[in-house]
Each structure stands twice: as C-alpha cells, then as structure tokens.
Design a protein around this ligand. Structure first.
Ligand SMILES: NC(=O)C1=CN([C@@H]2O[C@H](COP(=O)(O)OP(=O)(O)OC[C@H]3O[C@@H](n4cnc5c(N)ncnc54)[C@H](OP(=O)(O)O)[C@@H]3O)[C@@H](O)[C@H]2O)C=CC1
Ligand SMILES: C[C@H]1O[C@H](OP(=O)(O)OP(=O)(O)OC[C@H]2O[C@@H](n3cnc4c(=O)[nH]c(N)nc43)[C@H](O)[C@@H]2O)[C@@H](O)[C@@H](O)C1=O
Length: 323
C-alpha cells in the first residue's frame, strides 16, 4: 500500500513520551483516539477544546504550535454533520474545514512536527463511483450535491498533505473513514448522522410510548458503518506503518440499507412501533462502500460487528446522554 515507513528510528509507537496533539479530542473520533493512545501508555497528549483554541484562527494556531512544539498531530477537529447539516450550512462546511485544516497542516510543518494524520471522509468520492470505491476514484466524476462543499474541503486537505510531502518532504498522510458511530457521537435530532439520530428518536419514542417513528428518505441508500474504536485503531496503525502520498480508505467492508439499519437500531433500542418514511428528505448518495483492501493487505482488520457496536453505543447513550 504505497510507501510503508521503513525507518525504524521514526517509529510512532516507540516513544510513549512523544508530544501528540489530538485536535478535536472531545469529539466522536478524537475522544476515541485519546482512549486508544492512553491504552497504549502514551503520556504526553496535548489537548485543547474549541473554546481554548479556535483552530480557524491562524495566528492563535501558529502561536500554539510555537509554544507546544508537538512531535505528532492527529487532525480530528472539523465541522462535521449529517446530510441535513451539510445541505443547510454549505458555507460553514467549506470555510471552517478549509480554515482548520490549512492552519493545522501548515503550522505542523513550520514547527517541526514529525508526522501528521489528516482525516477526510468517504464523501470525497464521486456520487456514482465504482463500488467498492478504490482510492484511485478520487476526482473522477461529479460529487454528491448534498455534501459537495464539505467534500471539496476534504479533497483540498488530501491535496495539501500531498503538496507538503512533495515540496517539503513533510510526512503528512490522509485517512478516509467511512460513516462512523460510537460513544461521544453527536445525537442532535436534525444535524447529526443517521445512526445517532435514529438511536435518539427510537429511544424517545419508546419512552413516550409513541406508535411510529419518522425516518428520512426512501430507506434504499446503502451505507458502510465502522465503530469509531476500530477507526482509532486504524489511525494508530497508519501513524506507525504508512508514509505514502496516496490517501488510505478505512472501512468495515460491510454495507446495509438505511431500512436495514433502522430495523436494527429499533431492535437494539427496543422500540415496538412502526417506521414511517419521510420521502421529502434527501437520500444522498445511493451507495458508498469503500474498497479498504490496501489497509487489509498490510494486516489491519476491523473487529467490531455492527450489532455489537450498536449495543455498546446505546449503553453509552443511556449512561451519558438521555435526559
Ligand atoms: N462522524 C463520522 O461519521 C465521520 C467523521 N469523519 C471525520 O472524522 C473527523 C472527526 O469527526 P467527528 O469526531 O465525527 O466530529 P465531532 O463533531 O464529533 O468532533 C469534532 C471536534 O472538532 C472540534 N472543533 C470543531 N471546530 C473547531 C474549531 N474551530 N476549533 C477547534 N476545535 C474545533 C470540536 O471541538 P469541541 O467539542 O470543543 O467543540 C470537536 O471536538 C472529521 O475530520 C470528520 O470529517 C469522517 C468520516 C465519517
Ligand atoms: C459521513 C458522511 O455523512 C454525510 O453523508 P450521509 O452518509 O448521507 O449521512 P447521514 O448519516 O446524514 O445520512 C445517511 C442516510 O440516512 C438517511 N436518514 C434516515 N433518517 C435519518 C435521520 O434521522 N438523520 C440523518 N442524518 N439521516 C437519516 C439519510 O436520508 C441518508 O439517506 C455527509 O453529509 C458527510 O458528512 C459524510 O461524509
């Protein structure tokens, strides 16, 4: 899979006291990466909330890097949301993401970071890409309109990592996760992704004794889901083992229709009523199963089955989110 790291002196996993800046550590992905790094006995994580350091502010970001001089950066801070949020706030999704990633990637290079991992998303690929989608499908066709603004920012992030590697030999790599879920997800009723949105809606309907729950779209789109703890494991794997120009897909290899997902979440939550489909809501891209064989070829595999991950996430939701 492209260029593996061959220089053992640059091993990410060796120096447990290395300074690692996990940007976005309170979010779904960042919090899982922190759990993973703590479990691996890393002792020097640098963490800043959005309130402490606004990554859209270039001079603040540069001053932070000048003061802290991190050795490694995992960029999991971004403006993130589901289909409705992406479709409703296109300016925020393109501008905030371009600002955050440009500031963090550039300051990382300028202040001597040894390696940076940028995270994109499977929405970077054309709406009608071949399935499963190989990394080479990037920029081969038009994007899905509901999230093209976010996708353009993420594509710019990949290209920025490539450009800094080519011009400055900066070890910046990009991982492209599929749709994620797990503890610390965003459970907002409108702006979240489908899985947390449905978990909350089914839970609230169960508590109220409602007869039906509304689910958006036709139910026919296919999506690939990966538990965020599998993603965190893959991120550490990439930090240790990958140093190539091309981005790397990170998926579970398994897809379900939104209808199948809704039935599964309904069962895990224990809601007894009916599903009602609101076809005025967009379906988005019809299918986006990624080809994650590059990562599989070098030995990385996801471990968490969707049903088990849903049970775990619902337990977390009950303990941490519900009113
Ligand atoms: N969730 C998913 O299904 C997928 C996510 N990804 C990618 O993974 C990455 C992380 O996503 P996810 O964890 O889901 O997102 P979340 O919304 O859960 O977390 C985003 C984090 O970014 C921080 N943040 C946002 N804006 C700023 C800012 N201006 N300055 C500083 N920090 C900021 C937030 O900080 P705070 O909490 O303090 O506000 C939060 O911790 C993103 O790059 C996303 O594109 C890729 C594919 C799928
Ligand atoms: C990760 C990925 O996430 C986004 O893309 P998406 O995969 O289309 O995201 P989604 O999770 O919001 O929807 C998936 C499907 O599910 C259906 N659906 C049903 N009922 C609800 C519902 O209640 N909420 C939501 N959000 N969707 C619903 C919905 O209509 C759609 O068909 C990108 O914008 C971008 O952020 C990105 O990269």
């Amino acid at each position: 899979m492209g260029a593996p790291n061959t220089d053992s002196s640059s091993s990410f996993l060796t120096d447990k006291s290395a300074k690692i800046f996990v940007a976005g550590h309170r979010g779904l992905v960042g919090s899982s990466i922190v759990r993973k790094l703590v479990s691996l006995n890393f002792t020097n994580l640098i963490l800043r909330s959005h309130a402490e350091l606004d990554l859209t502010r270039q001079s603040d970001v540069d001053a932070f890097f000048a003061a802290e001089k991190p050795d490694y950066v995992i960029l999991s801070a971004a403006k993130v949301g589901g289909i409705h949020a992406n479709n409703t706030y296109p300016a925020d999704f393109i501008a905030i993401n371009l600002q955050i990633q440009t500031n963090v990637i550039d300051s990382s290079f300028r202040h001597g970071v040894k390696k940076l991992l940028f995270l994109g998303s499977s929405c970077i690929y054309p709406k009608f890409a071949p399935q499963p989608i190989p990394e080479s499908a990037l920029l081969t066709g038009p994007l899905e309109p509901t999230n093209e603004w976010y996708a353009v920012a993420k594509i710019a992030g990949i290209k920025m990592c490539q450009a800094y590697r080519i011009q400055y030999h900066f070890d910046a790599i990009s991982g492209m996760p599929t749709n994620l879920y797990g503890p610390n997800d965003n459970f907002h009723p409108e702006n979240s992704h489908v899985l947390p949105a449905l978990m909350r809606r089914f839970h609230e309907a169960k508590v109220k004794g409602a007869k039906e729950v509304v689910v958006w779209g036709s139910g026919s789109p296919l999506r690939e889901f990966l538990h965020v703890d599998d993603l965190a494991d893959a991120c550490v794997y990439l930090m240790e083992n990958y140093g190539g120009l091309e981005h790397v897909n990170v998926g579970s290899g398994k897809e379900v229709t939104i209808k199948e997902l809704a039935e599964l979440v309904k069962e895990v939550v224990g809601f007894q009523g009916e599903l009602v489909w609101d076809t005025s809501k967009p379906d988005g891209t019809p299918r986006k199963l990624m080809d994650s064989s590059k990562l599989a070829e070098v030995g990385w595999r996801p471990k968490i089955e969707l049903r088990d991950g849903l049970v775990d996430t619902y337990k977390w939701y009950l303990e941490n989110v519900k009113q």
